[in-house]
Design a binder for this molecule. Structure first.
Ligand SMILES: [Zn+2]
Length: 112
């Protein structure tokens, strides 16, 4: 898989995340505390859902930043190169995680 193919993969994922981000905007709005129409339990429900939406949003923004960084690495020509050791990251690993910046050996060494 060449860099152009990875770029298309990343752009498609980026577009999907941007769509989700737009669609989910309403769910992240704070829950009104003095809303008469909501009972206590459903208000707790709504607050829990809002907290989940905020957490999902944080994950999504994190991935969107990682995708942007990967696209920049493609532009610069160092996509797929391990940040730690400078070796080529295995293609299979990049296919699974196109935003990854470490080869398997360095990732495991850092986790240990
Ligand atoms: Zn490495």
């Amino acid at each position: 898989m060449n860099h152009e193919a990875f770029r298309e993969l990343l752009l498609a994922r980026q577009a999907a995340l941007q769509d989700q981000h737009r669609d989910a905007a309403d769910n992240r709005a704070p829950v009104a505390l003095d809303q008469q129409s909501l009972g206590r339990l459903s208000r707790m429900d709504a607050m829990q859902q809002q907290a989940m939406a905020v957490a999902t949003n944080a994950r999504r923004l994190h991935e969107m930043r990682a995708i942007k960084a990967a696209l920049i690495r493609i532009e610069k020509g160092d996509f797929g190169v391990c940040d730690e050791c400078g070796e080529q990251i295995a293609e299979q690993r990049l296919r699974l995680y196109p935003t990854i910046t470490l080869c398997i050996a360095c990732a495991e060494a850092l986790e240990a």
